[in-house]
Write a protein that binds this ligand. Structure first.
Ligand code: ASP
Length: 589
């Protein structure tokens, strides 16, 4: 075998005269009739190799080469003629004149372009992922991902953290999503669950005295995939003992300062900005807004207390609120109609709007409003003579108004984010401990049930649990919840209280988390931690919108691996061994 002496990204003008061996893929072939130029590619770069007819045997062989053939060549490095220099690639000053070649393997014509960015469908890219991963963009992303993983590991290793693996075949963990189940052959009728996160294990490691733990952990959640979720994903999972919230936030800030400095060349300032959950909802209508998109929700209730416009007045008389959002985009009636329909589906009673157009204000509700009301509206919304649209929502429920305007705001945010390059980093703290789940018709934990509630709130609002705040926190980066965590409960009594509020009785608690409750009785350090969504973090740093572009082998939004065909049917005997009878055939799906 012609074994490489150099990579395809390595040779420089100083190597001229050397005899070298290169291995790689045929990237591009240029046949100048009489002389043949080939770009040879490997992970490290591209080198031009030249076949001259004077070496007739090799020249004839070379004429048979096609794109993506894998070859080895031996030849002499020479300086390219001045007019053939290519300053765009590091090896652009030299070329290698081939005197010997070995074809390691041939390739069919690739169904997607490897050496050119084009609009090949993502389906084709996922089906032929091995070809897709040869592309420059994907290669760069995976190398970046690797470097970031190394960086993160070093960061924690240097600070006395220990990476400890936790099981994949385990018992249901409490992140609030559906579990993936794995049937047990040895215990027929029983199932393992794949971990939604290592949450309970990392807390148990604290109880075990490990003090500072981290892991690049694979997590699994069987959700109906929204556009950019994966059924399996990677978290940088962290837990530490003898700490309070400030200690955890401080460590996470150090990590992000160093990481952003290294990979973005931007200096973040500590401490990061902080919003409480209520604050961020009041101002942006979302718990993960993009705040560099300046437009905020404004409370207009005081301006319309005496108004003749009944819709507002009625709501305000019942103690409700009127809030508004201004954006610099003049909407058409059709566009507004669509937005209104969408908000109505989310429970809005209506959407009031004003178009500002060259100093003129148009709205179907103009006739109900006084001139001074309109004037104070424009002033409060800080429209500053700009053209655009003001949207207003009124409702008795304050948070509902925030959420509805937040839905609109997030649409404009997205348009903004597509055009601008920015870095927007801040904490959201003081989330509610519990929330009402419409779907389940009961109270659920907003983070997870092992989060420490604010102790004063817990005493004060035991009968009104939705008012209890939690010692939890999210780090929001460019509109994504990149990190999420909390201080945990280390006292079994508080844990029981929380289960009580969640309607989990003793029997259920024992069944689901008995092992953990038992562990809580054997000496627990105060502890807390967080998990970082690693895929999303890499995507943000890489400037990719989709996390699929930073995952080597991702699944589609319907959870299918287009390359392997998973999930697939299995052999009858396999099912029999497991004692499983499948009622739905794939034809029924
Ligand atoms: N286990 C949590 C999650 O996956 C993170 C944490 O609280 O550390 O969101």
């Amino acid at each position: 075998m012609l074994k490489r002496t150099h990579t395809c990204g390595e040779l420089r003008i100083s190597d001229v005269g050397k005899t070298v061996i290169l291995n790689g893929w045929v990237d591009r072939i240029r046949d100048l009739g009489g002389i043949l130029f080939i770009l040879l590619r490997d992970r490290y770069g591209i080198t031009q190799i030249v076949f001259e007819p004077s070496n007739i045997e090799v020249y004839e062989m070379a004429k048979e080469l096609g794109p993506e053939y894998v070859i080895g060549i031996r030849g002499k490095v020479r300086k390219r003629p001045d007019e053939a220099m290519n300053p765009k690639i590091p090896t652009g000053e030299i070329e290698v004149i081939v005197d010997e070649m070995e074809i390691f393997s041939k390739s069919k014509i690739p169904p997607i372009y490897v050496n050119r960015e084009d609009d090949t469908s993502e389906e084709m890219r996922m089906r032929y992922r091995y070809l897709d991963l040869r592309r420059e963009g994907m290669k760069k992303n995976l190398l970046l991902r690797h470097e970031m993983a190394v960086f993160v590991r070093n960061f924690f290793n240097e600070r006395d953290f220990v990476e400890i693996e936790t099981p994949i075949l385990t018992k249901s963990t409490p992140e609030g999503a559906r579990d993936f189940l794995v049937p047990s052959r040895l215990k027929p009728g029983r199932f393992y669950a794949l971990p939604q996160s290592p949450q309970l294990f990392k807390q148990i490691l604290m109880i075990s005295g490990f003090d500072r733990y981290y892991q690049l952990a694979r997590c699994f959640r069987d959700e109906d995939f929204r556009a950019d979720r994966q059924p399996e994903f990677t978290q940088v999972d962290v837990e530490m003992s003898f700490v309070e919230r400030e200690d955890v936030l401080d460590l996470a800030e150090d990590l992000f300062v160093e990481l952003i400095r290294k990979f973005k060349g931007i200096e973040l300032e500590k401490p990061f900005r902080r919003f409480t959950y209520v604050d961020v909802m009041e101002r942006y209508g979302s718990d993960k807004p993009i705040t560099v998109f300046e437009h905020e929700l404004k409370d207009l209730s005081d301006l319309f207390k005496e108004t003749d416009f009944k819709v507002f007045r009625n709501v305000l008389e019942k103690g409700g609120v009127v809030k508004g959002l201004f954006v610099e985009k003049k909407h058409t009636r059709g566009e507004i109609g669509k937005l209104e329909d969408e908000l109505k589906r989310k429970g809005a009673k209506g959407l009031v709007w004003f178009i500002l157009d060259g100093g003129e204000v148009r709205s179907p509700v103009m006739k109900f409003l006084s001139e001074s009301e309109v004037r104070s509206l424009l002033e409060r919304m800080e429209t500053k003579d700009r053209d655009g649209t003001i949207f207003m929502v009124a409702d008795e429920e304050r948070m509902h108004v925030n959420e509805l305007l937040g839905i609109l705001r997030s649409k404009f945010e997205k348009e903004f984010a597509e055009k601008e390059d920015f870095l927007d980093v801040f904490w959201v703290i003081d989330f509610p401990m519990f929330e009402w789940s419409e779907e389940e018709g009961r109270i659920v934990a907003n983070h997870h049930p092992f989060t420490m509630p604010n102790s004063e709130d817990l005493e004060r609002y035991e009968d009104d649990p939705l008012k209890i705040r939690a010692l939890s926190y999210d780090l929001v980066v460019n509109g994504y919840e990149i990190l999420s965590g909390s201080i945990r409960i280390h006292d079994r009594k508080i844990q029981e209280k929380v289960f009580n509020i969640l309607g989990i009785d003793e029997k259920e608690a024992k069944e689901r988390f008995g092992f953990f409750l038992e562990a809580l009785e054997y000496g627990v350090p105060p502890h807390g931690g967080f998990a970082i969504g690693f895929d999303r973090l890499v995507a943000v740093i890489a400037g990719e919108r989709s996390i699929r572009d930073v995952i080597a082998f991702p699944k589609t939004t319907s959870g299918v691996d287009l390359m392997t065909g998973a999930p697939s049917e299995v052999r009858k005997e396999q099912l029999e061994e497991l004692g499983i009878d499948v009622k739905i055939g794939s034809d029924d799906l």
